[in-house]
Write a protein that binds this ligand. Structure first.
Ligand code: ACO
Length: 332
């Protein structure tokens, strides 16, 4: 185990996206929409959709295996497994436990966290505390989402936005200057009704014979305009605060990896922070909003493309249902 006070770095990243592609042109045949509307309003051109027999943990395992390979460690070396998901198959076993089993991680502790699209930042924050407390040498954070199961495919205002994906990160102890510098997470349930969905217990009284059925509240519902405004404000606020708290300015940041909900939100955040476009990464056009998975999926691709290099300061910033939001700052 690492000593108390130790830091952690990202030692490996992996991704797994379903092979099935759903384009805007496919959506034109399903709801009253157009490729032009979706691209102009969101930046999304296509998204991936899981097959009927795919599961959240099944999607996650290959991503986790790639992250472990890239970190050069075995699953049995893991001291902690966290899965960030809003689309878990069951309350229990947790998705993390099933991932751990699929990987052969032995008895490493595992649990899921629910912070919707901010799940990766929330997970990073928890993991940072585990390393600081000397309780982990290697930890796995997997974000796995199958939003296609909780999207109402008749609601054009939401069904065009989301996609399915899994992405995983292995954090390993590090006493060098590379790794997580800070995390900052926030929430406010006052605005919870802006963005809801995925009720897995239904209302009703089964004892009295009224068995619950899939009903109101199951599908994603979103107050798009209000969510848009608060998303921009929260992400700018938390990004500014985390930089200030760590004695940095935007000039110190080499790349921002924001949650991929809408290209207009991403551009507004970049503009408001005073960042040039090439310092704000986006791959939303190919995947849509994959909730907790967007940031590690974007990080993976940014590294593959050479847009994030050793020593770079990377700022990750997210926003999601809850409402939840947060940022993490790291040196790659
Ligand atoms: N195709 C065509 N027309 C559409 C579509 C569609 N897919 N969807 C909505 N419209 C129509 C509306 O009905 C409306 O028509 P009207 O003017 O006749 O009433 C018009 O387009 C404009 O609708 P708006 O909702 O005002 O469009 P807006 O430009 O705000 O874009 C959007 C909507 C894309 C949802 C945007 O508000 C948004 O991205 N919001 C934030 C999303 C977000 O950040 N989510 C948080 C993370 S998700 C999570 O945590 C799970």
């Amino acid at each position: 185990m690492s000593e108390p006070g130790s830091g952690c770095k990202i030692a490996g990243v992996g991704v797994n996206v379903p092979s099935r592609v759903l384009t805007n042109f496919d959506l034109e045949k399903m709801v009253d929409t157009s490729d032009e509307w979706i691209v102009t309003r969101t930046g999304i051109r296509e998204r991936r959709i899981a097959d009927a027999d795919e599961t959240t943990h099944g999607l996650a395992i290959p991503a986790a295996q790639e992250a472990l390979r890239s970190a050069g460690i075995e699953a049995r070396d893991l001291d902690l497994i966290i899965c960030a998901t809003a689309t878990q198959q069951r309350y229990f076993p947790s998705t993390a436990c099933m991932i751990g089993h699929g990987l052969g991680a032995g008895d490493a502790p595992g649990f899921d966290i629910s912070a919707a699209c901010s799940g990766f930042i929330y997970g990073s924050s928890i993991i940072q505390q585990y390393f600081r407390g000397g309780m982990a040498k290697n930890a796995l954070l997997v974000a796995s989402e199958i939003y296609s199961r909780i999207v109402n495919w008749q609601d054009r205002a939401t069904c065009v936005l989301f996609g399915d994906a899994a992405a995983a990160v292995v954090f390993s102890a590090s006493d060098s200057s590379e790794g997580l510098i800070a995390t900052r997470i926030r929430s406010n349930g006052e605005y919870g009704s802006f963005l809801t969905g995925g009720a897995i217990t239904r209302s009703g009284d089964p004892v009295a014979g009224a068995l619950p059925t899939m009903g109101d509240g199951y599908f994603i519902e979103m107050k798009g305009n209000q969510t848009f405004k608060i998303a921009v404000k929260s992400m700018c606020d938390v990004a500014t605060r985390i930089l200030e708290e760590n004695g940095m300015t935007v000039a110190d940041v080499d790349m921002v990896i924001p949650h991929q909900a809408n290209i207009r939100i991403i551009s507004a955040v970049g503009k408001s922070l005073g960042l040039p476009e090439d310092k704000v990464y986006s791959n939303i056009h190919r995947y849509g909003n994959t909730s907790a998975a967007t940031i590690p999926l974007a990080l993976y691709e940014a590294v593959q493309e050479g847009r994030v290099k050793k020593g770079d300061v990377v700022l990750m910033v997210a926003f999601g249902g809850g409402l939840t939001w947060g940022a993490s700052l790291m040196r790659w």
